[in-house]
Design a protein around this ligand. Sequence first.
Ligand code: SF4
Ligand code: SF4
Length: 370
Amino acid sequence: MTNDFKKKKSQKEQTFGDVMRSQGVSRRSFLKFCAATASMMAMSPAMIPKIAHALENARRPSVIWLSFQECTGCTESLTRAHTATIESLIFDHISLDYHHTLQAAAGHAAEEAREAAMEENYGKYLLVVDGSIPMGNPGYSTIAGISNYDMLMETAKGAAAIIAVGTCATYGGIPHANPNPTGAVSVNDLIKDKPIINVPGCPPIPVVITGVLTHFLTFGTIPELDHLGRPKVFYGQSIHDRCYRRPFYDKGLFAETFDDEGAKKGWCLYKLGCKGPTTYNACATTKWNNGTSWPIEAGHPCLGCSEPDFWDGGGFYKSLSMPTENITQTAIYTAAGAVAAGVAIGAMNKSKKNSAIAAHDKTTIDDLEK
Ligand code: SF4
Ligand code: SF4
């Protein structure tokens, strides 16, 4: 047994509260994180103390992370946090017993760690998978001489739940794109008897991955999923419905090229191929790089990376044909002032609601801190 693995075993006794205290995270910061988690997951402020209590006392679950046909972008996404956030602590301090990109162990020691974690935590560990599984030939992708298919089936047996991270694990992704030379399939195509949470994106948003882990740590359950197995709290609305350029779409104001006046004025990117109207993801609200920006804010259309077959979907810069009628209809509304009024009322309500939630959260945090 390696020293790394022994160290992890003693760390497993710690609760998340112990981990936070050892890292110098203040109680107020922790409670703010719980309030933000409640808001992000559309829960009532009354849940904040429950989240705080459950998370503080949560023991670290064993996590085995398998990477198959992938580009390491999903792992890169998670490990590129700019500052030490509680989200990153949640990721850093889960008991990541096996991750062949991040672990120190190599060769036989690495495989021993995976087997020991499976045996010790049978029925309780979380299995995270990124990458697709090649079914054309077992030799296309192997780890320690074991085919991806065999490793997935063996490790999935004792898992409490599986998180398929990234578009390759959730739908087959780029390896699955036409002509799919390796016969790539998703986790969902192979495993039918375990709860699977799909967290698609190329790569997925880090806060969405940690949000799913937080939900599991807090409630011991998986979040409510949509028809594609994605957590509804993050994938319940389209990019288009939450896009800050939406008022331009509603007014029929579009950039026609990447450097015209419309592009400079920040108009809608629909005619440049934006797939926001048919893409469900949280980029427009959580953004990327600790909330700094996101692709549409940087002037690039959404590619639809969290949807099945996005790579084969007809061209990244070719506009969708579907919503043309909506544009006309919405433009008529706009002319009548209905949308403007609706947006104004919606914005007022939203701002009142946000202030009410913020005030409520602050009161709750103040009360809990006493
Ligand atoms: S089409 Fe794209 S850029 Fe335009 S409003 Fe929708 S999501 Fe935003
Ligand atoms: S904006 Fe669209 S393509 Fe870009 S990361 Fe978000 S969902 Fe994926």
